[in-house]
Design a protein around this ligand. Structure first.
Ligand SMILES: [Zn+2]
Length: 99
């Protein structure tokens, strides 16, 4: 019972986060960077409050440090990390993460 309720909460939190991140992306492409950050912050807060595990594509779509939505080639750079043999995404604020 407990676990099924939790999974319902988790999936609704995940879809809210996905929606917020989509809005953040939209706001960013409409050159509304401040609004975009607000959406990312809301998504991040939901994530922290519910400790929801996100699928990779959502986890890797925003910066946890400066709440910037990551759009490869625009707000983030994807490069190959030779040292760790993996792809790495680097945010404008300098924060980077393994993909
Ligand atoms: Zn950042």
């Amino acid at each position: 019972m407990q676990s099924s309720r939790k999974s319902i909460i988790n999936s609704s939190v995940r879809s809210s986060i996905a929606k917020l991140l989509a809005k953040a992306r939209e706001a960013y492409s409409a050159k509304n960077a401040e609004r975009s950050k607000r959406y990312v912050k809301m998504a991040f807060e939901l994530l922290k409050k519910n400790k929801t595990k996100l699928p990779k594509e959502l986890r890797n779509s925003f910066c946890r440090k400066c709440c910037l939505i990551w759009i490869p080639g625009q707000t983030a750079t994807v490069s190959f990390d030779r040292k760790n043999d993996c792809l790495r995404i680097t945010c404008g604020c300098g924060h980077s993460k393994r993909l």
